[in-house]
Structures are given as structure tokens and as C-alpha cells.
Design a protein around this ligand. Structure first.
Ligand SMILES: NC(=O)c1ccc[n+]([C@@H]2O[C@H](COP(=O)([O-])OP(=O)(O)OC[C@H]3O[C@@H](n4cnc5c(N)ncnc54)[C@H](OP(=O)(O)O)[C@@H]3O)[C@@H](O)[C@H]2O)c1
Length: 265
């Protein structure tokens, strides 16, 4: 997505809005931070480790969002620095331990994927959505995954956690829409984020091939009619549309951005 295309909708359509993006230092979350900022929003963001140099750090908060204490740290930061948020994007996800047979997936793995993919969203929403309800306006986006509806034997805990997140997201949408808050979910397919690149590198290492070969093989295995992975910026474009007034009647819907990978209707 070129800057020109994005700017067609006005660079300041989110001017005056306060946003929080979890997982905003890399990958899809970083692209969302950049795109919201370009749209005029004031954007706080979180991660466990500090952002690369060159990124504004004034509104960055360091915390593990998979813990109750981490969520409290992030929501307190947002209350202290911004007085609340109008836009909340929960981007962080956790994949658990791939290539472990399901009967060997431990409680720790299950707990991690549930904590990061589901409980973090529910805890953050509990902390920040009441402020939106009080003001009678706000928008929330939960980042899910195609794995939620396409079970992969190697990633069942992750897919199950994302399925729970999608279910939760739909439920919350129905509860708060009459109060002025819109909730939606965004479901990326294979996206060449930092996580996506690490995934390909791991496949290449296991197969003893180079990055490009492993990437081509992965795309063939997934089946991507578009012929390439999704770019983080393309997920961000969808998120910014959903939180903008252009999406004012879109509520409780799952939006897939996957280059056509999902084979079902
Ligand atoms: N990439 C894909 O192909 C793909 C496909 C479908 C869905 N998704 C979903 O898209 C979302 C973003 O994925 P991505 O590919 O952009 O990942 P990424 O490139 O690995 O970026 C993850 C971001 O989240 C932060 N993070 C990770 N664990 C955290 C934790 N416990 N607490 C706080 N921050 C944490 C990371 O920073 P720190 O490590 O410093 O904490 C980083 O900022 C996830 O929900 C993922 O499930 C991705």
C-alpha cells in the first residue's frame, strides 16, 4: 500500500484520537502504530523489549501483556499519559511450541497461548473499554489468525486460543455496540512480519535450504492465490479503516486479509 493510497482518505482522519497498540515494536503492530500515527492519532504502544532506535519512545510502555501485572502496567500508563483511549488494537499473539504432538503440549504451553492471545485482550478491554463506554464512543480491534478456523496439527493450542479470541471479540461487540463502542477482529494469513520471517528461517534451517526456497515451499503449502505473503502494512491499512468513522456501521465482524488463502466461504 503506497503512502499515496493511504493519504487519499486524509492524513488526519484520526486527529484528536488516542490509541493503544499492543505489540507495537515490530511486525504487524509496528505497521499499525505507524499508520495510526500517519492518520493523526496519538499512539501509545507496548512490548516486552524496547523499540529499535529511530522509533519515538515517549509513549512506549514495556510490559509482558500475557500477565495480569503487565496489563495493569500498560493500562495505567495509558490512563496516566493519555487519560484513556479511543482506539485499542490488541495485536500481540503467542504461538506456543510448534512441532510438539498435541498429547505432549504441556499446561505451560496451553497457559501461555491462552494468556497472551485471549486473557490479555479480555483484561485490557476490561481496563480500557469502560472509559469508551462512558464517553459513548470508541473502537477496538483484536488481531486473530486464519489458524482459528483452519486447524493445523502443529499449532492446535494457538488455533484454539485464536478461536476463543474471535468468539470473545464477537461477544464483546454485541455487548458494547449499543453503548457506542465498535469491536471487530482482523484475521491475517501468512504475513511477512518479523515473526513470519523467523518462521521461514526456521523452516529453511530444518530443510537445509535457503530462505527463498523455504518461503516458496511455504507459500505452495499454504496456497496463496495472490502469489505472495501479506505485508504488515496491508494489515495496518485494514485496521485503520476499521477504527475510522468510514467503518461506522461495521460491528462484530471478522475481516480476513490473507491474499485469498482461506479456501472456504
Ligand atoms: N505473521 C503472520 O503470518 C501472522 C498470521 C496470522 C496472525 N498473526 C497474528 O498477528 C499478530 C502479530 O504478529 P506478528 O507477525 O506481527 O508478530 P511479530 O513480528 O513477532 O511482532 C510481535 C510484537 O508483539 C510483541 N510481543 C510479543 N509477545 C509479547 C508479550 N507477551 N507481551 C508484550 N508484547 C509482546 C513483540 O515485542 P517483544 O517480543 O519485545 O515483546 C512485537 O512487538 C499476532 O497476534 C499473530 O498471532 C500473524
Amino acid at each position: 500500500m503506497s503512502a499515496d493510497t493511504a493519504d487519499r482518505h486524509g492524513t488526519d482522519e484520526l486527529s484528536g484520537r488516542r490509541a493503544l497498540v499492543t505489540g507495537g515494536t515490530r511486525g504487524i503492530g509496528r505497521a499499525i502504530v505507524d499508520r495510526l500515527t500517519r492518520a493523526g492519532a496519538t499512539v501509545a504502544y507496548s512490548a516486552r523489549t524496547a523499540p529499535q532506535s529511530g522509533h519515538a519512545t515517549e509513549l512506549f510502555v514495556q510490559a509482558d501483556i500475557g500477565t495480569t501485572a503487565g496489563v495493569e502496567t500498560v493500562s495505567q500508563h495509558v490512563h496516566d499519559r493519555l487519560g484513556g483511549v479511543d482506539i485499542l488494537v490488541h495485536t500481540v499473539g503467542a504461538d506456543g511450541d510448534q512441532h510438539v504432538p498435541l498429547l505432549h503440549q504441556t499446561d505451560d504451553i496451553w497457559q501461555l497461548v491462552m494468556d497472551v492471545n485471549v486473557f490479555a485482550a479480555a483484561r485490557l478491554d476490561r481496563a480500557l473499554v469502560p472509559g469508551m463506554v462512558e464517553r459513548g464512543t470508541g473502537s477496538v480491534v483484536h488481531v486473530s489468525s486464519l489458524s482459528r478456523s483452519m486447524p493445523n496439527p502443529n499449532r492446535v493450542p494457538y488455533g484454539a486460543a485464536k478461536a476463543a479470541l474471535s468468539h470473545y471479540s464477537k461477544g464483546l461487540a454485541a455487548e458494547v455496540a449499543p453503548l457506542g463502542v465498535r469491536v471487530n477482529s482482523v484475521t491475517p494469513g501468512f504475513t511477512e512480519s518479523s515473526w513470519g520471517r523467523s518462521f521461514v528461517r526456521a523452516l529453511a534451517d530444518r530443510a537445509g535450504t535457503g530462505y527463498d526456497e523455504a518461503r516458496t515451499q511455504l507459500m505452495a503449502d499454504i496456497g496463496i492465490p495472490l502469489g505472495r505473503p501479506v505485508r504488515p502494512e496491508e494489515v495496518a491499512e485494514l485496521v485503520v479503516f476499521l477504527v475510522s468513522d468510514r467503518a461506522s456501521a461495521i460491528v462484530g465482524a471478522e475481516h480476513v486479509v490473507d491474499g485469498g488463502s482461506k479456501p472456504t466461504v
